[in-house]
Design a protein around this ligand. Structure first.
Ligand code: GLA
Length: 728
């Protein structure tokens, strides 16, 4: 049993292999948080301290006891209106116009298996792998009910949180803020690690001390965004990759979100993560339910590497789905940086022949194959094949590509529309736009109103019509702008539109993966603008960034690796000078960087010389050799590329028999000093043979003093070293 209820103490204790989470129903029916951390036993309500504190309100039913205040107590679901003046997880506007809710414990249920969330992506686990705790609470004044959902995956050190809010009252209420997870720490000094960025430079790492005054990350863009990723890590100041306490909070959602951390007046820390409350005011009619997007929690006492291992394992095996979840992904060649909008059926065929000749496995036809789409100003929405441009039907092109032994993949952007399109001419009212106001354009396109089921249904049919034209085995699902003008003609309640949009997107994606179970989906939003766990539930890989520069990618993939499995990061070798940065890096370096992800190519193969082609052939062979290790191995960040001259990482198989190390030198100087990289996570006493030099190394020495990288007077050199354990 990983979930234990103690009748005597009224505590719920959730155990995973290495962690424990505890909460308590107190004598007033409030659900207080007691503990989250390394595994332990026993009731921990002794941690709670009560004092008469000025200006911290007391619930009415505590009577004269002025020492009881929710303003100072750790809670599972802090609500606005209870005398807790910290940021709440829930704000409700009641039918009478008043604000506030006051949930008290009613009952609970413990079940085998993990709960599911209708219409929303979530971590899954079967009867043996997971357990669910449902705690039902109710506001006696309004009969608003919330069922808190806790999923426990003991072997993964993962606890998930969600909730179902149900209006048992007679009249409509509004949810003004809902967040699935709150973590309250009674004391301690923490750093907040968050992942900020911009288009083509996503998920840079920021680590700052948590202090008085709220630190807020989030997105108001309707997508999870390039600018902040919906995950946070709280780590003690001393915590490093290899030691110390740290907590992850990751949101399984692809729309606007908010994450908040604040040290309060009593030096307690609160962290919240969930939906953004801006532009959010969600109506709940009598007996309607609202499912709160899930937050995944993990704790590690052994540093950030262990925390990432917990998350990687869980998401790779219990969030990703479909046929490609557990098998090698095809090595693809994407047409975008090869020819942008300028291609024909013949030029794609030519590209595919070269790709086949080099050992690649799939051709992806990117943007430009449909409607009137020869640049990014027109055509979106018109999902019919431009046979004039291709010079043939889609079916015929696919057959020709397949005849080369290559799979065929296609690019789509179903959520967007150009005004210069037939679809927009016919259905101008299908876009998100405020009547009487000109909409905000971005990339010269508008956004279709996916909060409307009729629009989703129509687009689904259109997309199926395309996908049924041949043997399409891969879809790149793109979304190239942020939402604005969040107004739907379908509802009076505009405060529901952004969330309903995401539900519409999930409905579409779910139908797509059900109807085409063999298609590999790759998520994308101008690269990594929707790199989140919600998308990962439908697409086991996501295009990590539009920036394919090998050096920048070291940083982008480093940041992404904290919260996301390596096999989720689409990563391609592209041409030099790089199209985004103008930088020239060696082909070998581009290969090593792209191999720390789901590997592919994105360049005009026709412009390569024979030597480069040979190098690509051996890169492909090398990747195939290590593919399983890269996909399933434990990943260690060996350096911080923001601090260190070298970006380096390691994969080690779970049985520790194989180790692959990648390293990219970021700097070169005159009379260079030697750079050493130290390996991690090897079993003490083991011996490893490096496969090129056939030299044998002691694991302890590799971890203690490391390996010197060769001294070379060339820029941006990279190294990939493969070791096999040889003492068994
Ligand atoms: C986005 C994607 C690119 C490419 C273009 C096509 O920017 O991230 O990879 O598909 O759209 O327009």
């Amino acid at each position: 049993m990983s979930i234990i209820y103690s009748e005597k103490d009224k505590t719920f204790t959730l155990h995973t292999k290495n962690t424990t989470y505890q909460m308590k129903v107190d004598s007033y029916g409030f659900l207080l948080h007691l503990y989250y951390g390394r595994r332990t036993e026993g009731c921990m309500d002794y941690l709670l301290c009560y004092a008469d504190r000025g200006f911290s309100g007391n619930p009415y039913d505590v009577g004269e006891d002025r020492t009881y205040s929710l303003d100072a107590l750790p809670q599972e679901l802090p609500c606005q209106g209870t005398g807790d003046y910290r940021s709440p997880a829930v704000i409700v506007k009641n039918a009478d116009g008043s604000y506030g809710c006051d949930f008290r414990y009613r009952s609970h249920e413990i079940q085998k298996g993990k709960y599911k969330l209708p219409g929303l992506p979530a971590v899954y686990a079967d009867q043996e792998e997971g357990e669910t705790l449902r705690i039902q609470m109710e506001d006696p004044a309004t009969r608003l009910q919330v069922t808190l959902l806790y999923g426990v995956l003991p072997e993964f050190d993962i606890i998930t949180r969600s909730a179902c809010i149900c209006n048992l009252g007679e009249k409509r209420i509004y949810l003004e803020k809902v967040q699935a997870a709150c973590l309250d720490w009674l004391h301690g000094e923490y750093d907040l690690i968050s992942f900020y960025g911009r288009h083509a430079m996503e998920r840079m790492v920021q680590r700052v001390p948590v202090s008085h005054g709220a630190q807020v990350i989030g997105s108001r863009r309707g997508t999870s965004s390039h600018q902040y990723n919906p995950m946070m890590i709280l780590a003690e100041h001393e915590t490093t990759e290899d030691a110390g306490s740290c907590y992850a909070m990751s949101l399984v959602y692809s729309g606007s979100f908010k994450g908040e951390v604040e040290k309060d007046q009593y030096n307690q820390t609160r962290a919240l993560l969930g939906l953004s409350d801006e532009l959010f005011s969600y109506p709940l009619e009598k007996e309607e339910r609202f499912y709160v997007p899930e937050v995944v929690l993990s704790y590690a006492s052994g540093g950030l590497a262990k925390l990432s291992h917990n998350l990687h394992r869980c998401f790779r095996t219990h969030l990703c789905r479909g046929m490609y979840k557990d098998c090698p992904r095809p090595i693809l060649l994407n047409s975008w940086e090869a020819s942008y909008f300028d291609f024909s059926g013949d030029s794609l065929y030519e590209l595919a022949s070269q790709a086949a000749e080099l050992g690649m496995e799939m051709l992806v036809m990117d943007d430009g194959w449909f409607g009137k789409r020869n640049d990014d100003n027109s055509g979106l929405g018109d999902w019919y094949v431009n046979e004039g441009k291709l010079g043939e039907s889609l079916g015929s092109l696919i057959k020709r590509i397949n005849s080369l032994g290559l799979k065929f993949g296609i690019w789509l952007e179903p959520e967007s529309v150009n005004e210069d399109s037939q679809l927009y001419q016919e259905h101008p009212d299908w876009v998100l736009a405020v009547p009487g106001r000109n909409p905000v354009r971005a990339r010269n396109q508008l956004v279709l109103d996916f909060s409307r089921p009729d629009v989703v249904d129509y687009m689904f049919q259109e997309i199926c019509r395309v996908l049924d034209q041949g043997n399409i085995e891969y879809v790149k699902w793109d979304m190239n702008r942020s939402l604005a003008d969040c107004y739907s003609r379908n509802t009076q309640d505009q405060g529901r539109v952004q969330h309903d949009y995401v539900l519409g997107l999930y409905d579409f994606l779910e139908r797509l993966v059900q109807r085409y179970p063999n298609i590999l989906l790759e998520g994308c939003s101008g690269g990594g603008g929707r790199f989140d766990l919600g998308m990962l539930y439908y697409s086991p890989q996501i295009w990590c960034s539009d920036n394919t520069d090998a050096l920048d990618r070291v940083h982008i993939q480093y940041g992404t690796s904290f919260g996301y499995p390596i096999c989720s990061m689409g990563s391609h070798v592209s041409a030099v000078p790089n199209h985004q940065t103008g930088r020239t890096t060696p082909l070998g370096t581009r290969g090593v960087t792209a191999m720390a992800g789901t590997f592919g190519y994105e360049l005009d193969l026709g412009s390569l010389g024979d030597e480069e082609k040979d190098q690509i052939r051996s890169q492909i062979q090398e990747y195939k050799e290590h593919e399983a290790l890269i996909r399933t191995g434990l990943y260690y960040r060996l350096t911080d590329p923001g601090q260190d001259p070298v970006g380096a990482w390691e994969f080690i198989s779970e049985d520790s028999r194989e180790v692959l190390v990648g390293a990219v030198m970021q700097e070169v100087h005159g009379n260079m000093t030697v750079t050493y990289i130290r390996l991690k996570g090897l079993p003490e006493g083991a011996l490893y043979e490096e496969q090129k030099s056939r030299r044998i190394f002691a694991a302890d020495a590799l971890m203690e003093t490391g390996l010197p990288l060769p001294l070379e007077s060339r820029e941006y050199q990279a190294y990939q070293l493969y070791f096999k354990r040889c003492d068994l």
